[in-house]
Structures are given as structure tokens and as C-alpha cells.
Design a binder for this molecule. Structure first.
Ligand code: ATP
Length: 455
């Protein structure tokens, strides 16, 4: 794994994974842009999450709700009142910083002065104006989590799919938080993506499902290549527990800057649906909610056994996509000493996450038959639907291997003179991890590649 953030940051920039946002204007703190390989990796991680959450289960539906929502969503969700971090000001250097949740800050992060204010609440939501009239009423916020769009669509999903408990709704999308001190590369940023599941169950079954999801989520991260020794659970208690949560387990990963939260799995009880439902008094809610004077819908589901309407409890595994990508890159990063005394950098991604699945390289860039066969193979493999297959005609295979090790391409295929001269059109297939090279006939290449990526 990577030992420092700097080695990751520099590889990400050099090879086109991640760039500082607005770089040509001096940058924008807490905003990053994903480059040609970053977007592939991100899409692959999202697809893996969606597969495991939606396709491989039969009790979860997908959703993609709007980022801009009615401001009442944030009034009743509690974000307008309580989505804050403690912030302190330094009287000496005038900088502001986030106070640690556990202990009040006493020394300025920036200049070391002890002349700092006591912590006060700072709301992390970005406020924005909607519509052509700018007045007291025309504001809303950019969503600070994707979850609220799931709760407000609860009834729509239940009515359109005829779901009964337990079932979940999954969503991936952008969230925005005006973090006081964004830091550690893409770990803490102001614009990021979340992968969230809200899993609805009967009250009384919530603890069982909470435990289930904590373990299922850990297993999923292991399947993405993270290793057991770099994952920890943190049981959130007392003051650190969000107001809506009955219990929360954070899944921590050993990032280059230390063990920190990768995903939170919270038991949100009936707080969210109870907050957004109309006729709150009918449901005997267990959570303490603000009286809702605006909702037009009962966010309840029929309990067929007892023939009554109830507001379900909710378990929420909420993962950060950017943090997930950082974790996967940290884990994959490998510096290897080779027998010949040189060394190489390899990103040992799991095959399904690799940004480029196969690179096809003609040995000679100006030999038409070699080039034609290489292009033909690229088109054939591309049609398999495994992800990006790259035809790369630089004429330097050795350099190509090096570059593809560094971006984690599992397979490189070289088309050479044998390929156009010998029967069966043999091509050389080189494995990223073992660096072994084998010869495969062109006609057998698709089957070889499918077998590699599917099994
Ligand atoms: P932290 O304590 O690190 O601020 P949080 O507890 O506020 O995180 P949640 O509200 O539980 O985070 O959000 C769920 C997930 O969303 C987090 O586990 C994390 O992966 C991701 N996330 C939250 N805030 C950020 C951010 N500023 N930048 C990147 N990812 C984030």
C-alpha cells in the first residue's frame, strides 16, 4: 500500500487520475477533477456497488433524485438546524478551523497561537438562490447527503413497485458540504459523491439488519481489494452519535494519513420518514421529530400481518465514493524490486476496477498488417462489454508495459511479426502482476479475456 499521500497525489496527476479543480486559476480548495483514468476507476467502483446493492439482491430498488430540492426537505430533515461542525477562529492569523469533535481546539492549526475563540456551530450546507427573483424566500441548499431524496420518494417507490418490508432504496450521486477545512487530497472535499442505501424494516428487526449491513459492507470493501488488517470498526457512542441515530458503526480504513471513516452504517430508526410524513400523530413514532406542517404525503407502509399502516425503521450504509477510490488506490499502490535490480510501481487493482482492462500494442507502428490485426483485436475485445480496451500505437512495448503497470492495466497484448506470419496469429499476453508472458492465438483471445475478467 501507499505510505504517503504525496506519492498518490503525484501518480494521480502524472497518469491522469485526479487533478486539482480550477488549477489554471490557482485552484479551488476542496474540489478535484477526475481525469481520463480517474473517471473509469470511479465508474467501475460505482458499478460494483450498484451490482452488489441492486442487481445481486432482490429487495433493493434504485433511484436518482434531484440535487436541488424544496427547502422544506432540509427544514424537516434537521439539516437546517443541526448540520453543523464546531469551528474556531484564530485572533492572531485570522484563520478558521474545524474543532476536533472530541476535544476543544486550544492551538491554531495555522500559526500555533493559543489566542483562539471557543468553538461555535458552523452550518455546512451551501445555500443557493432558485429562480429569477432573489428574496428572503427564494433560497434552498445543495444537498449535503443523497439520503433525503430517498426518504421524500419513499411513497413513490412503494406505490410503483408494490414493495413490502423489508426492502431498500439505493442511490449514487453528488453531495456538497462547505467543509471548514478540506484536506488530505480527496478524503475531505466540498463536492463529493456518495453511495447510499436506505434499508427499511420493521421496528424490532432494526438491530438484526444493522448488524447484517455492517458485515455485508465490510465484505464488499474486501471484495474491492482492501485488506482485513487495514479495516477497523468504530462504534460511535454518546455525543458523537448523530441526533437521528440509535447506533452507528463507522467502517474505518487505514489511509496514508491514518485510520479514518470510509463508510458509516447508521440505525436511523423512524426518524427520517417520521420527520417527512404528514399526520405524524397517527403513527406512534419512536423518534423525536419536528412537527411537520408542510408534507402532503403519509410515508408509511401497510403491515399485512397486522393490517395497519406503519412508519418503518431505516438502516443506512452510507459510503463516500471519493474516499472509496482513495482507499482502493492506497491499497493497490505497490513498489516492487525486480530481480534485475530495477524497480516498478504497480497499481494492483482488482480486475473489475482497473480503468483499462486490456491494452493492445502493435510491435511496429508502421507495419500495416500488424497495425490492422491489433485494431481488429481491439474492436473484438471492446464488444465484450468489459470496459475500456485501449489500442495504443507508440511502437515501444517496454515503455508501454511500464506505463500500464503504473495505471493498473491487468493485461497487455502485443501483436508482432509472428502474429502476421504464423498460423493461428499468435499474440503475446502479458500479466500485470506476475509479468509472465504467454502466447495465445488471436481467435482464442476473447475467451481468454472473458475468463480472466469474469472468473
Ligand atoms: P466525517 O466525520 O469524516 O466528516 P461524516 O461522519 O460527516 O464524515 P457522513 O455524514 O456519515 O460523514 O457521510 C457518509 C460518508 O460520506 C462518509 O463515510 C464519507 O465516506 C463520505 N463523506 C462525508 N463527507 C465527506 C467529504 N467532505 N468529502 C468526502 N467524502 C465525504
Amino acid at each position: 500500500p501507499a505510505k504517503t499521500m504525496d506519492e498518490l497525489v503525484s501518480l494521480c496527476k502524472r497518469r491522469g487520475f485526479i487533478f486539482q479543480g480550477s488549477e489554471i486559476y490557482g485552484g479551488m480548495q476542496g474540489a478535484y477533477d477526475y481525469g481520463p483514468l480517474g473517471i473509469e476507476l470511479k465508474n467501475n467502483l460505482k458499478a460494483a456497488w450498484w451490482r452488489s446493492m441492486v442487481y445481486e439482491r432482490d429487495d433493493v430498488e434504485g433511484l436518482d433524485a434531484a440535487i436541488i430540492q424544496n427547502k422544506h426537505v432540509y427544514k424537516y430533515s434537521g439539516h437546517e438546524d443541526t448540520f453543523t461542525d464546531p469551528m474556531v477562529d484564530c485572533h492572531e492569523c485570522k484563520s478558521r478551523m474545524r474543532a476536533d469533535h472530541m476535544k476543544d481546539i486550544k492551538v491554531c492549526d495555522n500559526c500555533g497561537s493559543t489566542n483562539v475563540t471557543p468553538p461555535r456551530d458552523f452550518n455546512l450546507m451551501f445555500k443557493t438562490n432558485v429562480g429569477p427573483m432573489v428574496n428572503e424566500e427564494s433560497y434552498t441548499y445543495l444537498r449535503p447527503e443523497t439520503a433525503q431524496g430517498i426518504f421524500t420518494n419513499f411513497k413513490n417507490v412503494v406505490d410503483s413497485t408494490s414493495r413490502t418490508l423489508p426492502f431498500g432504496i439505493a442511490q449514487i450521486g453528488k453531495s456538497f458540504r462547505n467543509e471548514i477545512t478540506p484536506r488530505n487530497f480527496i478524503f475531505r472535499v466540498r463536492e463529493f459523491e456518495q453511495m447510499e442505501l436506505e434499508f427499511f424494516c420493521k421496528p424490532g428487526e432494526d438491530e438484526k439488519w444493522h448488524e447484517f449491513w455492517v458485515n455485508a459492507r465490510k465484505q464488499w470493501w474486501l471484495d474491492q481489494g482492501l485488506t482485513e488488517e487495514n479495516i477497523q470498526f468504530e462504534y460511535v457512542t454518546g455525543d458523537d452519535l448523530a441526533h437521528y441515530s440509535k447506533s452507528t458503526v463507522d467502517i474505518l480504513y487505514k489511509f496514508p494519513h491514518g485510520f479514518e471513516e470510509l463508510e458509516g452504517v447508521a440505525n436511523r430508526t423512524d426518524y427520517d420518514l417520521g420527520s417527512h410524513t404528514k399526520a405524524q400523530e397517527e403513527f406512534g413514532l419512536s423518534a423525536k421529530v419536528k412537527k411537520n406542517e408542510h408534507s402532503t404525503s403519509k410515508l408509511a407502509i401497510r403491515d399485512l400481518d397486522e393490517n395497519k399502516w406503519e412508519v418503518p425503521f431505516c438502516i443506512e450504509p452510507s459510503a463516500g465514493l471519493d474516499r472509496g477510490l482513495l482507499a482502493v488506490m492506497t491499497e493497490a499502490y505497490t513498489e516492487e524490486e525486480l530481480p534485475n535490480g530495477t524497480s516498478r510501481t504497480v497499481l494492483k487493482f482488482k480486475p473489475h476496477l482497473a480503468p483499462i482492462k486490456v491494452a493492445i500494442m502493435p510491435l511496429k507502428k508502421n507495419k500495416p498488417e500488424i497495425v490492422a490485426l491489433a485494431k481488429e483485436l481491439k474492436n473484438k475485445l471492446q464488444k465484450l462489454g468489459l470496459g475500456r480496451i485501449l489500442y495504443e500505437n507508440t511502437g515501444n512495448v517496454g515503455k508501454g508495459y511500464r506505463r500500464h503497470d503504473e495505471v493498473g492495466t491487468p493485461i497487455c497484448v502485443t501483436v508482432d511479426f509472428d502474429s502476421i506470419e504464423k498460423e493461428g496469429a499468435p499474440v503475446t499476453v502479458r500479466d500485470r502482476d506476475t509479468m509472465e508472458q504467454i502466447v495465445v492465438n488471436a481467435a482464442d483471445l476473447p475467451a481468454y479475456v472473458i475468463n480472466y475478467f469474469i472468473n
